[in-house]
Each structure stands twice: as structure tokens, then as C-alpha cells.
Design a protein around this ligand. Structure first.
Ligand SMILES: NC(=O)c1ccc[n+]([C@@H]2O[C@H](COP(=O)([O-])OP(=O)(O)OC[C@H]3O[C@@H](n4cnc5c(N)ncnc54)[C@H](O)[C@@H]3O)[C@@H](O)[C@H]2O)c1
Length: 432
């Protein structure tokens, strides 16, 4: 690997927004196993703001200019609707990719990634850092002593934490969904290792859910830690057509049920993540706060409950964000391991299938309620015997859910600084 000491992974960071600047660049620059060899963003201001040391770092505005001569790995942190398209282009050009979550927005994109990984011969890596948290790793050890696992409840409920309100995160055409694709992806990525899945083989046979949007258009519910300036091309103050809360119920092919709740905002005082695992021999419960929110639980807690006795289980306390460094520690080995090939695609297929199913069932339930309400109105308005037909339940007439559509996107095209999706032109973002 030219330009970097032997054994050091040369990394290009593609997309220089909040995630790159707050998560990846500081840690990649600190980590002895990596050298940042290139930065890519069509927004020249974002490029300039991300430059740390001009010597040796290539600055690019188009991902097609990135080649395996320059980078051994590209960390891709662009807006969600560009994930699959940009990763596919890199993979086909021979550049291995670590792709941020949500890896893709629908099953069609998952298949495009699978084809690009196979066709280009490069490796696709993905995965949420949550599974690398010290408390989650301690929970995993506990779970091994719980006998047969019967049920897992996972919830990540923020008091106020809508990312980039009014920006691309809250617009379905760019984000693909709301709290479910954002926080829910982390939770789905965390649950399967707890069930002993090492290869991404466990599947979910059943999935259903509901979504709601009570907070998404409220400016006071935004994520304070992102310090949004909301100055980019995706901004639309009237926008916010994704859910802020999703609830799901899933069953794996091994018969384990999983309850899921992801909320960007709520009536809670703090941002809290709870994972509770019920086994035949006991229950393990982790209460902590995932992510970077400053409004955290005072101290994370892991307990084991057996025969009515609750025991505190110690685990190492670590600084906020330590899991991302641990994830980086593992990347070089994953990059070199032949068994990594295809794993991200397997996990992605599973995760996106669950997300699609939750959205589909939420949408179908809403359509049923709407039809019932319309039938009730017709019955009330009609003269004669029909007028005495029972009215639809009040809940059906006042939906608490937004219209949810699974976005089956046509392949996203990215042309230099101009990107387009579903035939709609999007100007190159001007970064805040
Ligand atoms: N793992 C985590 O904990 C975590 C946390 C935050 C965000 N994320 C993910 O990271 C991704 C980025 O989020 P963000 O908050 O940084 O968004 P952001 O809007 O702050 O930044 C996105 C950047 O991508 C750039 N971009 C747009 N089109 C591009 C293209 N064609 N080529 C290269 N760059 C392009 C934009 O100019 C912008 O600088 C999202 O998918 C998000 O879900 C993950």
C-alpha cells in the first residue's frame, strides 16, 4: 500500500457531514491502523472544512475519481438515498466500502449491492457500532447463561432527538423513513448477535408494526447535539413526512420473539435505550443511552434476574462514542477475512426486509381504518335501514399514523455534483 506505512489501511471518507466530522474523521486520524488518504464531497465548502493536513490527502468532488490506487477502503457517510448508488459505484470500481447505516432503503437496493460486491470483486462492510459497546458486549456474555432465549425487547426512546429537522433526515424521498430506518437499524443490528448469530444467518419469519408522527414537525424536538444550521439544499421547513416513532413485533426462524421501539422524540425526560432478554433460565436487562445525546441516563445499568432475585452485573464504563473506535479496531481484520464476503449483504437483506414489512403492515392497517371510517360515514349519511348500521370506531376515523409508503426506488443515479433519484433532479447540496 503506497503512501502509508506497511499494514496501515488507507481510507477515503465519502460524504463530509456530521457523521464524518463528528464520528469518523477524528477517530480515523487518531487510530494508528488508518491513514486518511482522500476526502470526497461535491460540496467544496464541506471539503475545505474537513481538511486537516493538506499533504497527502486527495480532495475529490466525484466519487468516480476514487480508485484502489488511492484507498484500501472508503467509509461512505452520505445522505441515505445515495448509500446504495455510491457504494455500488465504488465496489464496481474495485474500492472496498464500509457503508453507514441504513445500508439501503429497500430490498431492490440490497440486491444491487449484492451484485456490485460480487461483480466488482470488492468487499462490502457494514454494521452498527452499537454492538461494539462495552455494555452490549457484557449483555452478550450474560445472555449465554440465560438458557433458551424466548424474547428480546429493544427500545431506543429519545426525549428530543430528531436529527436535522426540516433537512433530508425527515423527508422520505431522501431518508427512506424516519426513526425506524435511523434508530431501528441500530437496534436490529444489535439484536441478532445477542441471539448468537455470527454469520448473519438468522432470519425473521414474521414482522408487523405501527408508526406515528406526533413530534416530527416540532422544532423543539430536534437533536441538540447535531447543532444543525439547516442550510443545505434538502431543507424544507414544511417537510417532515416520516415517522418519529415505530413499534414492531418480530419472530425469528428459531422462534424467538422480538419487540422493537424506536422513537426520535417522546414525553420521556431522558433519552433511554433498554434491551431486555428473557431466557428459560433468567432475564438480563441493560438500561443505557445509545448514541451521542447529552440527555443520557445518569449511569448505565445491567442486571440479571433469576428466581425473583435481581443482581447488578458490572461492566467497564467508557466514554461516549468508544464503540466507534472499537469498531475501527476490527475493520482491518474484517477487510482481510475471506468470510467477510457476503456477510453485510446477508445482514442487510434481513434488516431491510423487516423494515419493509413493518412499513407495509403499518400502511395496510391504516388503509383498513380509513376504509372503515369511510364506510361508517356512508352508512351514517345513507337514508333507510343502512343509517342504523354501526359507526366505525372513533380511532379509525382519527388516524394516529402518517401515510406510509415503502419507497421502491428506481436505481439512483449520481452524476458528479448533481444527483437524481426517481427521476427528480436534486441540486448538489450546499453544505452548512
Ligand atoms: N453510525 C452512526 O451512529 C451515525 C450517526 C449519524 C449519521 N449516520 C449516517 O451517516 C450518514 C450521513 O449522515 P450525516 O448526519 O453526516 O449527514 P449530513 O447531511 O450532515 O452529511 C452528508 C454529507 O454528504 C455529502 N454528499 C451529498 N452527496 C454526495 C455525493 N454524491 N458524494 C459525496 N458526498 C456527498 C453532503 O454534501 C454532506 O456533506 C447517514 O446515512 C446517517 O444515517 C450514522
Amino acid at each position: 500500500m503506497s503512501g502509508a506505512p506497511h499494514g496501515v489501511v488507507r481510507v477515503a471518507v465519502v460524504g463530509l457531514g456530521w457523521a464524518a466530522k463528528s464520528i469518523w474523521l477524528p477517530r480515523l486520524r487518531e487510530h494508528p491502523g488508518f491513514a486518511v488518504s482522500a476526502l470526497v464531497d461535491p460540496d467544496r465548502a464541506a471539503l475545505a472544512a474537513a481538511v486537516h493536513d493538506r499533504t497527502g490527502t486527495l480532495l475529490l468532488t466525484d466519487v468516480d475519481e476514487l480508485t484502489p490506487d488511492v484507498a484500501d477502503l472508503a467509509v461512505v457517510a452520505v445522505p441515505n438515498h445515495l448509500h446504495a448508488a455510491i457504494a455500488c459505484r465504488l465496489l464496481v470500481n474495485g474500492v472496498p466500502v464500509f457503508l453507514e447505516k441504513p445500508v439501503c432503503l429497500n430490498s431492490e437496493e440490497a440486491e444491487q449491492l449484492a451484485a456490485a460486491e460480487t461483480g466488482g470483486g470488492s468487499l462490502l462492510l457494514a454494521g452498527s457500532a452499537a454492538r461494539y459497546r462495552a455494555d452490549v458486549l457484557a449483555l452478550r456474555e450474560l445472555v449465554a447463561n440465560l438458557g433458551h432465549i424466548r424474547h428480546v425487547d429493544l427500545s431506543w426512546v429519545r426525549a428530543r432527538g430528531i436529527p436535522d429537522a426540516g433537512g433530508w433526515f425527515t423527508q422520505r424521498q431522501y431518508a427512506g423513513g424516519g426513526a425506524l430506518v435511523d434508530l431501528g437499524w441500530h437496534l436490529l443490528d444489535t439484536v441478532t448477535p445477542l441471539l448468537g448469530d455470527v454469520r448473519g444467518d438468522i432470519t425473521f419469519d414474521q414482522a408487523l408494526g405501527t408508526v406515528s408522527d406526533d413530534f416530527v414537525r416540532s422544532s423543539v424536538a430536534r437533536a441538540s447535539w447535531r447543532e444543525e444550521q439547516s442550510l443545505h439544499a434538502y431543507d424544507d421547513d414544511s417537510a417532515g413526512d416520516v415517522e418519529d416513532t415505530a413499534r414492531g413485533f418480530l419472530v425469528t426462524d428459531t422462534g424467538v420473539s422480538v419487540g422493537l421501539r424506536a422513537s426520535w422524540a417522546s414525553h420521556e425526560p431522558r433519552d433511554v435505550t433498554v434491551i431486555r432478554v428473557d431466557g428459560s433460565e433468567g432475564t438480563a436487562t441493560l438500561r443505557c443511552t445509545f448514541g451521542f445525546s447529552p440527555n443520557r441516563v445518569e449511569s448505565a445499568e445491567l442486571t440479571l434476574t433469576k428466581d425473583g432475585v435481581v443482581t447488578q452485573v458490572p461492566f467497564p464504563v467508557e466514554p461516549i462514542g468508544a464503540e466507534y473506535m472499537r469498531q475501527l479496531d476490527e475493520l482491518p481484520a474484517l477487510l482481510a477475512a475471506p468470510e467477510s464476503r457476503g456477510r453485510a449483504v446477508r445482514e442487510t437483506r434481513r434488516t431491510i426486509a423487516v423494515i419493509e414489512r413493518i412499513y407495509e403492515t403499518a400502511r395496510a392497517a391504516r388503509a383498513t381504518r380509513t376504509a372503515r371510517a369511510a364506510a361508517g360515514r356512508r352508512a351514517t349519511a345513507a337514508p333507510g335501514p343502512l343509517a342504523s348500521a354501526p359507526a366505525a370506531p372513533a380511532a379509525a376515523a382519527t388516524s394516529d399514523e402518517p401515510a406510509v409508503a415503502v419507497r421502491i426506488a428506481s436505481p439512483v443515479r449520481v452524476d458528479g455534483a448533481d444527483v437524481s433519484t426517481n427521476g427528480r433532479a436534486i441540486p448538489a447540496p450546499t453544505h452548512r
